[in-house]
Design a protein around this ligand. Structure first.
Ligand code: MG
Length: 157
């Protein structure tokens, strides 16, 4: 068994769609990023890559690579699960938290789990939590969103 942690943060920006957990969420602004800015999926990817000891998301999806420009983070996650799978690793479970003052995300979590799980995560193996930062700091001021994730992998070899 191997464990990995993932952290990501993205800044809110007017004129962007808000994509979280692969889901388009109606809100007045979205997250800035080279890809779709899906901070939750990026944290999940980093936790999986980290658990496999394969570096980080930037090594697998360099922002200089046009293949991943405006890419769907869900496709990046599918690619990452494939890459750790080639090394003999499978997912035991993933637990994650999104931290944002707005919008309220709990109604969207079941759909996020459905969308993210289709990339190759076993049923019941993905947990997503959402919370605010109690008004404190850059999250509290609504400047951006943070996500953290831990992933546990088993080795099939
Ligand atoms: Mg990111």
């Amino acid at each position: 068994m191997r464990i990995g942690i993932g952290y990501d943060s993205h800044r809110f920006s007017a004129g962007r769609r808000l994509i979280l957990g692969g889901l388009k969420i109606p809100y007045g602004k979205g997250l800035l990023g080279h890809s779709d800015g899906d901070v939750l999926v990026h944290a999940i990817i980093d936790s999986i890559i980290g658990a496999a000891g394969m570096g980080d998301i930037g090594r697998h999806f360099p922002d200089t690579d046009p293949r991943w420009k405006d890419a769907s983070s869900i496709e990046m996650l599918r690619d990452a699960i494939g890459a750790v799978g080639e090394r003999g690793y499978g997912i035991v479970n993933i637990d994650s938290t999104i931290i944002t003052e707005e919008p309220r995300l709990s109604p969207y979590i079941p759909d996020m789990i459905d969308i993210i799980s289709k990339t190759g995560i076993p049923e019941g193996a993905l947990n997503i939590k959402a919370k605010t930062n109690e008004g404190m700091g850059f999250i509290g001021r609504g400047e951006g969103v943070v996500a953290i994730s831990v992933a546990l992998l088993y080795s099939g070899r």
